[in-house]
Design a protein. Sequence first.
Length: 402
Amino acid sequence: MATGFMQIVEALIKERPGLSADDYAKTALDRGLATSGSKDPIQSLATTLAKQVREQRVATVHAQKVRGKLRYFPVGSDLRNPRGRRLPDLLFTDVTVSPHTAARLKKVVDLGLFPNELEAASFLIEEGARAHKQTLDAIAEQADEVVLHKAKARLLAECYLEEARMTATLSESTLDLPLIARGKVRDIYDLGDKLLIVATDRLSAFDVVLPTSIPDKGAVLTQMSAFWFEKTGDIVPNHFIRVVDGTRVPEVPVELPREMIGRSMVVRKAKRIDVECVVRGYITGSGWADYQKEGVVSGIRLPVGLSESEQLAEPIFTPSTKESEGHDMPISYKQVKEMAGDQAANAMRLRSLALYKFGRDFAAERGIIIADTKFEFGWLDDEVILIDEALTPDSSRFWPAD
């Protein structure tokens, strides 16, 4: 059953994407039964069960009427009423029964297996009650089997969906919205005074987008950024409004595909400042390479004799250019002021250091070292605010403390 069923589920997922596991299981089961020419077993059994219950109620009423009439006759009598009608006629007066039941009672009476007709009638009534009970028990057992079958089908569907979800990736989004930019990882759409940022599962390394995507990478980046945006909003203002949690979002004029849920966020539109604000708490990576040359990182001279990945006495602000293509180049704080102005440069430096220290301490309490990280900022209403992402695996180095 599993192979055929899974084939049906697989076809359904391609045909009707976005259903729940329950819907896939039920639809696939119904489709499989229809293909085999069978009816829905639950509906069929329910109909049969209802019919048997009705028949048992009729039998109970029948028995009550029969016993009510027989009590007027002494045991052992020939059971003739004043009009001379015998028991079979008397039993079914004003009682709706099938010809088959009437024939059975007459046959039992005529066989003479019982000392009198009263006992013959009682035997037939009790036999009918036992038969009904056995039928009902059998139907209940069949119903249990069908329920179990549907539960197994649902489990199979859930397993298949989970496997499909774990292997499915979103390498590029296509929405009926104006596309502003498609970066190494994120696709950005225009919403007027807001933006819709979609984090895809694209993987980039050394400024190159690799051909293989990572399942759920975009969702992880979005959820982590949202966490830090909400956690640090009182320290540094940011552009975050909401994570997309449904196909309908108030700020978005079109219905979104289900794969946008959890990996997209609505943000306020800011004018980006083209500076990568890197903060280092440990000397590693390109910072270590620069230190080895002259003992200087982004114009900051560091103590002699540091070891690779050693923790610095204080975090340092080591900005770089933000290049659309190729490598970002390290620059000094003086160069940042020349590029962005004194006010923006000062705000970016102070706010980057504050964000890093908060994140570093928060992570350290949970056994994680944030070695370094990168922030981006933009102008909104004459204020420099945090934009893009915050403290994600794409923008930070996370090390286990142990």
